[in-house]
Write a protein that binds this ligand. Structure first.
Ligand code: ZN
Length: 480
């Protein structure tokens, strides 16, 4: 990782320096917005000063050479850093001193063990319980491999392996640091929530003669919601913007070997350039079966990112819903079981499968050898509620859009945001419908994640039970 000794910078300390650097790299395009936006935010006056908020960031741009993660077709390390990558934290505290911290990372996904270690450290060092720490990744496919996430994709020598492990170790330290820095930055703040929409996400499960391919399915389900949480000083100056979208960060494709945050990176950069001293944090929502369209070039990644940033700008320039009330949170893990498998099928796969299937088979056979074949995962499910005005459900894995639509339908009184890619990205989380239909999200993707095969058909009901549990524990209103 490219890092100076000064590992993190709060908005109050050295961050301006890096903001200025970014300004030089990417000249602002919203020249007229800065004045107009500020004036409007001040005029709106927003909600009462109900909270304290703190914001911080640390760079997590990898040193080169570094393998990028997300596309199995890549066959050499990255050649260039086209955009810096960040871990950013937003800490909130209510009137009773109850806290929550939201962390966004420009990464493919966090391995569960790494998140567990970060959460344990954060609890020990800062007294923040697991339920009150949200660790999300943008799922950029132009960021570093985060060992051991998706290790089946890579055929590394010892040096690549060592570097990947070193990156993961350094990342763990920086995530703890960024949380601490955000907590030290706590100062009175007002919060407001709103929604916009963006239309570049399209369902990618294309039905063809022989099954389903990763392509275009314009009639498939999607979620174009752009939830926005605006954090402002008592005087109305915007300090942070947390926003989300349900779409893979795969505008740049497997032929790209440049470190980049994809559309989420562009959107965060644009917002930060145009709101002085504000930090933009992107959370990816349930976009596992959604791709940006069209895609494949750096021009398109700019186009989608700027469209998203412009929509966030529209939302924060207009009246928003004041957010008030206590911060409540709950976290659980629920077991998600795999369909039955046996040793013989992996013996066979090791002989006849693709190179990736052979690596998966080797992992599964090693688990059988140890007498502990993979039968289920411990799936993380979390809810954080800000009064009755903003509810975040954060789910592990690559969650398909059906979940967000179902959860929002089930809790119509909640201002609901459903994020996937949180805490542990261990595989795709298909709905019952997608499991039945088959295709990449149900079956083939499990190879790259080193999982034995598809989940049992009850996966959706198990997840929903866990979601109900954390939402009720966090005080959410049940169905009408
Ligand atoms: Zn993915």
């Amino acid at each position: 990782m490219t890092l100076p000794s000064e590992l993190f910078r709060t908005r109050n300390s050295g961050i301006h320096e890096s903001t200025m650097k970014l300004h030089r790299m990417f000249p602002p395009r919203w020249a007229g917005f800065i004045a107009a936006g500020w004036a409007l935010v001040l005029a709106i006056g927003a909600g009462a000063v109900e909270y304290k908020a703190g914001v911080a960031r640390v760079p997590i741009t990898p040193d080169l050479p570094c393998w990028l993660s997300g596309f199995a077709a890549r066959n050499h390390p990255a050649v260039e850093v086209a955009m810096p990558l960040w871990a950013k934290a937003l800490a909130l505290e209510d009137r009773q001193g109850r806290r929550a911290v939201f962390v966004s990372t420009d990464l493919i996904g966090l391995p569960g063990a790494l998140s567990d270690e970060v959460a344990a450290r954060v609890q020990r060092e800062f007294g923040i319980e697991r339920a009150r720490l949200v660790l999300n990744s943008t799922h950029t496919h132009s960021g570093p491999a985060v060992h051991p996430n998706l290790s089946v994709m890579f055929d590394w020598g010892p040096e690549d392996q060592r570097r990947a492990e070193e990156y993961a170790n350094e990342l763990r330290e920086r995530l703890v640091q960024v949380v601490g820095a955000a907590l030290r930055d706590l100062a009175p703040a007002r919060l407001d929530a709103g929604h916009g929409w963006a239309t570049f996400a399209m369902n990618r499960r294309q039905f063809v003669t022989n099954g389903i391919r990763n392509g275009l399915n314009p009639s498939g389900p999607f979620d174009h919601d752009v939830p926005v949480l605006r954090v402002a000083s008592p005087g109305g100056a915007v300090r942070a913007v947390l926003f989300g979208y349900a779409c893979h960060n795969t505008t740049l494709v497997a032929t790209s070997y440049r470190v980049h945050g994809d559309y989420a990176g562009v959107a965060q950069r644009e917002i930060e350039q145009n709101i002085p001293n504000a930090t933009a944090l992107f959370f990816i929502l349930c976009g596992a079966d959604q791709n940006a369209q069209p895609r494949g070039t750096i021009e398109l990644v700019e186009k989608h990112g700027q469209a998203l940033a412009a929509e966030v700008r529209r939302v924060i320039e207009n009246p928003m819903q004041p957010v008030r009330g206590p911060i409540r949170a709950a976290h659980t893990t629920c077991p998600l079981a795999f369909a039955p498998h046996d040793r013989a099928q992996f013996e066979q796969e090791r002989q006849t499968g693709s190179v990736f299937a052979q690596r998966r088979a080797a992992l599964m056979l090693a688990a059988y050898d140890q007498g502990a074949p993979a039968r289920e995962i411990a799936y993380p499910i979390q809810a954080v509620r800000l009064g009755r005005d903003f509810t975040l459900v954060a789910l592990g894995g690559e969650v398909v859009v059906d979940y967000a639509l179902r959860i929002k339908r089930s809790y119509p009184r909640e201002n609901m945001v459903v994020a996937g890619y949180s805490h542990d990205v261990m595989g795709y989380i298909p709905s019952q419908r997608i499991l039945r239909e088959g295709g990449y999200e149900a079956v083939e993707s499990m190879i790259y994640y080193g999982q034995p095969g598809p989940f049992q058909p009850d996966v959706e009901e198990r997840v929903m039970k866990g979601v109900d549990r954390v939402l009720v524990d966090a005080g959410a209103a049940r169905r009408r």
